[in-house]
Design a protein around this ligand. Structure first.
Ligand code: BDR
Ligand code: CA
Length: 312
């Protein structure tokens, strides 16, 4: 069983990651934390609450950083729409966020849990995680591992070399990568293989008819965004790849290597520089994903989504 904190910014693909984390019998979703990223903190938090309520979940939600540590925010409305989840009309949430700031709550949960108990899965800019690590450095040796959808070894998406979550808050990513916790970076090299074709979409909807309308709404909108913005015929579903890896590492081919985050370059800010030149040093605590077992991945998503019931 994985005891998970999911830090996210829903977001269409975050929604699928959240569904997976709630549907998988091997995940104990301890809490969900939100951060400004795909849209403003207020919007992504509302989305997280609505998604959880949609499937009858009882997971507490903590909202965290409204803006990156240093940079001015630039939300991804061009991909996720004005609401952060355009394409679906979710009921406004009845529940509210818990009072504590997400970063303080992450510290509390990790410090109150047994050593090596909590897995942090992040599918958003790393602002909350950096704040938590700065507030209580001890969490870095207590967390079991961090699995993040972030970065790219080869090609970026927001810029030629930078991926959105890293680009949005590069200073936070730098703080996180400079600490000695076990990090697996699931970047675009992996997630650009998680293409949600119409065939995959049909199977997901068939796996859970109670969620068909929501899934179709989300995926159809996402498909159009990726067609218009990035010339993808079908959308890459980034964030569920991190959940899948946390559940079954064999779904992603990884390699250990040092990773540094560029925060200064005019052309390279937000680049995750993975040093693949030689064997990683023995004490290397970072690894990067290089490719995805596509078939296994979608069957995991399908199985988890089948376990949920909308309106439960
Ligand atoms: C990442 O950026 C966001 O738009 C997605 O939700 C994903 O986390 C992909 O670059
Ligand atoms: Ca995301």
């Amino acid at each position: 069983m994985k005891h998970v904190i999911l830090d996210c910014d829903p977001g269409h693909d975050d929604a699928l990651a959240l569904f997976m984390a709630m549907g998988d019998p091997d995940i104990d979703l301890m809490e969900v934390t939100t951060v400004g990223g795909n849209q403003s903190l207020e919007k992504v938090t509302k989305n997280a609450l609505s998604l959880i309520e949609l499937v009858g979940g009882k997971v507490p939600v903590y909202s965290g950083a409204p803006t990156p540590l240093v940079k001015a925010p630039k939300w991804a409305g061009y991909i996720h729409g004005e609401s952060g989840l355009d394409g679906v009309k979710l009921a406004p949430p009845k529940s509210e966020v818990a009072g504590t700031h997400a970063a303080s709550q992450i510290v509390k949960t990790v410090m109150d849990s047994p050593d090596q108990y909590v897995t942090l899965i992040t599918t958003a800019p790393l602002t909350n995680i950096a704040l938590a690590a700065l507030m209580e450095p001890k969490i870095c040796s207590r967390v079991k591992e961090i699995v993040m959808m972030l970065g790219a070894v080869h090609t970026g998406n927001v810029t030629p070399v930078a991926e959105f979550n890293a680009y949005t808050d590069p200073e936070a990513a730098k703080v996180v990568f400079e600490r000695k916790w076990p990090i697996t970076m699931i970047g675009l090299d992996v997630t650009h293989q998680a293409i949600c074709t119409k065939g995959v979409q049909k199977k997901l909807a068939e796996a859970n008819p109670s969620l068909k309308e929501v899934l179709d709404g989300l995926i159809n909108f996402f498909r159009e965004s990726y067609k218009d913005e990035e010339c993808f015929p079908d959308p890459p579903t980034h964030d569920p790849c991190a959940v899948a890896y946390a559940l079954d590492p064999s779904v992603v081919k990884t390699v250990k290597c040092p990773v540094s985050v560029e925060t200064k370059g005019d052309l390279t800010c937000g680049m995750t520089v993975a040093d693949l030149r030689a064997l990683a040093p023995k004490d290397c605590n970072t690894q990067v994903g290089l490719s995805l077992d596509v078939e296994k991945f979608w069957s995991m998503v399908e199985k988890d989504i089948a376990n949920l019931r909308a309106g439960k």
